[in-house]
Write a protein that binds this ligand. Structure first.
Ligand SMILES: *Cc1c(COP(=O)(O)O)cnc(C)c1O
Length: 496
């Protein structure tokens, strides 16, 4: 097997090993690291069907992380996918009516970010050892709600690291906020931003590109890395569950060998669906990649018109983890559909910075054919939660419900009869108010925390302890700042 190396989408760095790409998080030229080829795999279902999640993880990740030894990678996988997850399946597939839900919310923070963030700290510490880094690694992360907690969970008390999380103070759900500001661990720092997710994310990106600040950190023996999905160390673990799901469908006798499926992904930063795209390029029989947006429907418009335009009102929705107008990982797709031309990517990204928009060529547009994009309004989302619950007693969270609605629109639009896998990215326990008031307006007057038990009642189970414990948990992190103060706050934390 050829060795996969990594390069920047903006052309500044080439042929660097996976471990270095993971440590850096983002390239020096502001670009994102991409593999120099997508490894093709032979999908022998009769062999794969006997693999558990960890074995599938090794099968997939070893193709990309070529400078990790078998022992190193297996150690990371063992430590990540253990009893932090509430099921040994790690990512169960459930049939509900004629749909299949890939449940990615069985990790410690009840959202799909755990799938990658429970392994990233181990990948990162081994990478640092490989690259003989003797500095303390500072994980700098912007979150739309779920990444923050999952990264805190993953990095808390990991030796020689600190983690700093910036979240939009008014832009996350009450449960998400509480999960973060009550988080323990001496090396964890959580800061509310007066602004939205895009402010937090662009603030973090600017800091990464501040050469002078980077030099200063270097002198003090610190180095920054990112736990956002711009880090290839997050993207690669996300490819795994698409393989696992397909194998599971085969095992359940829901698909036959090589039968194509469609995948619907509730999308924000375009990381999860990009992982599905990579899975398809590796050879997994995926027909359409269905990109589901909420009312912040930039991606829907981009996929349909070839024009990306972030200049619009930012809408706060009941699916806050998808309230994003600048989908970072799209840069990786642009690189792929633009014949891997870094000049093109730089031009488009410059247009986005300067004019707030860009348009792609007809040639590039044709290569978006693997994708279908649509969106669900707030009302459609709520109605879907209600009708699926009434019909099947299955409770979708708001993000999953957006995907469900868009999956339906795709079927109506195209009459495509392939089976559909809906990616369920969060547990209903995480967004209880929106979920329960969709099911019955008698829940309108209750807050998120008191509804945790009610969700449990409807499902006939005990709510996860990580949720019931939250209500009375003590607030530990109280810092709030403006976007232009982020650097100052970091300096204070690091004492520089
Ligand atoms: C982060 C998140 C998303 C969006 O995923 P991207 O990889 O950013 O596109 C969707 N749903 C939930 C619950 C999330 O936490």
């Amino acid at each position: 097997m050829e060795e996969i190396l990594y390069k920047s989408t903006r052309g500044g760095e080439n042929n660097i090993p996976a471990s270095l790409a993971i440590i850096k998080g983002i390239a020096d030229d502001g670009g994102l690291f991409v593999p120099n080829a997508i490894p093709k795999v032979n999908i022998d279902l009769d062999e794969l069907v006997n693999m558990n999640y960890k074995e599938v993880a090794y099968f997939v990740m070893s193709k990309f992380l070529c400078d990790f030894t078998e022992e190193e990678l297996k150690e990371c996988i063992e430590k990540a996918y253990d009893d932090k997850f509430d099921t040994v399946e790690i990512a169960p597939v459930k049939r509900v009516g004629d749909k299949y839900f890939l449940e990615l919310f069985h990790g410690p923070t009840l959202a799909f970010k755990d799938m990658a963030l429970s392994i990233l700290p181990y990948l990162l510490t081994i990478s640092a050892r490989k690259q003989s880094i003797d500095k303390e690694i500072i994980i700098l992360t912007a979150t739309s709600g779920d990444t923050g907690k999952a990264a805190l969970e993953g990095f808390a008390n990991v030796k020689d690291t600190k983690i700093i999380v910036f979240f939009p103070k008014e832009g996350v759900s009450p449960v998400q906020k509480k999960q973060m500001i009550t988080h323990k661990g001496d090396n964890t720092f959580v800061i509310g931003i007066k602004g939205n997710f895009d402010d937090a994310q662009s603030g973090v990106k600017e800091i990464f590109r501040d050469d002078e600040f980077m030099r200063k950190l270097d002198e003090k023996r610190y180095m920054f890395s990112s736990a956002n999905s711009i880090n290839i160390g997050r993207l690669i673990p996300q490819i795994v569950y698409y393989f696992y799901a397909y194998i599971k469908l085969y095992k359940m006798k829901e698909v036959t060998e090589e039968e194509k499926i469609n995948v619907v992904v509730p999308t924000g930063n375009f990381g999860n669906i990009l992982a599905a795209y990579y899975a398809k390029q590796m050879g997994l029989p995926i027909e359409k990649l269905i990109c589901a947006s909420n009312d912040n429907k930039v991606l829907y418009e981009f996929l349909n018109t070839g024009i990306y335009d972030k200049l619009r009102e930012f809408v706060t929705t009941i699916s806050p983890s998808m309230d994003i107008l600048i989908s970072s990982n799209l840069e990786r797709l642009l690189y792929g559909i633009g014949n891997e031309n870094p000049n093109k990517v730089r031009e488009l990204m410059n247009n986005l910075d300067i004019n707030g928009s860009y348009g792609i060529s007809e040639d590039m547009k044709k290569r978006l054919n693997d994708f279908y994009g649509n969106f669900a309004s707030e009302i459609e989302t709520k109605e879907a939660i209600k009708s699926v619950f009434n019909k099947y007693r299955y409770i979708m969270d708001t993000h999953t419900a957006v995907a469900y609605c868009v999956g339906k629109k795709y079927e109506e639009d195209t009459k495509d009869e392939n089976k559909t896998l809906i990616v369920a990215t969060a547990s209903p326990y995480k967004f209880t108010h929106s979920v329960m008031s969709s099911i019955d307006n008698k829940y309108d007057k209750f807050d998120d925390f008191s509804l945790i038990r009610e969700v449990g009642k409807l499902l006939g189970e005990n709510p996860p302890v990580s949720m019931t414990y939250l209500q009375d948990a003590d607030t530990i992190h109280t810092t709030v700042c403006r976007k232009d103060e982020m650097k100052k706050v970091i300096k204070q934390i690091l004492n520089i």
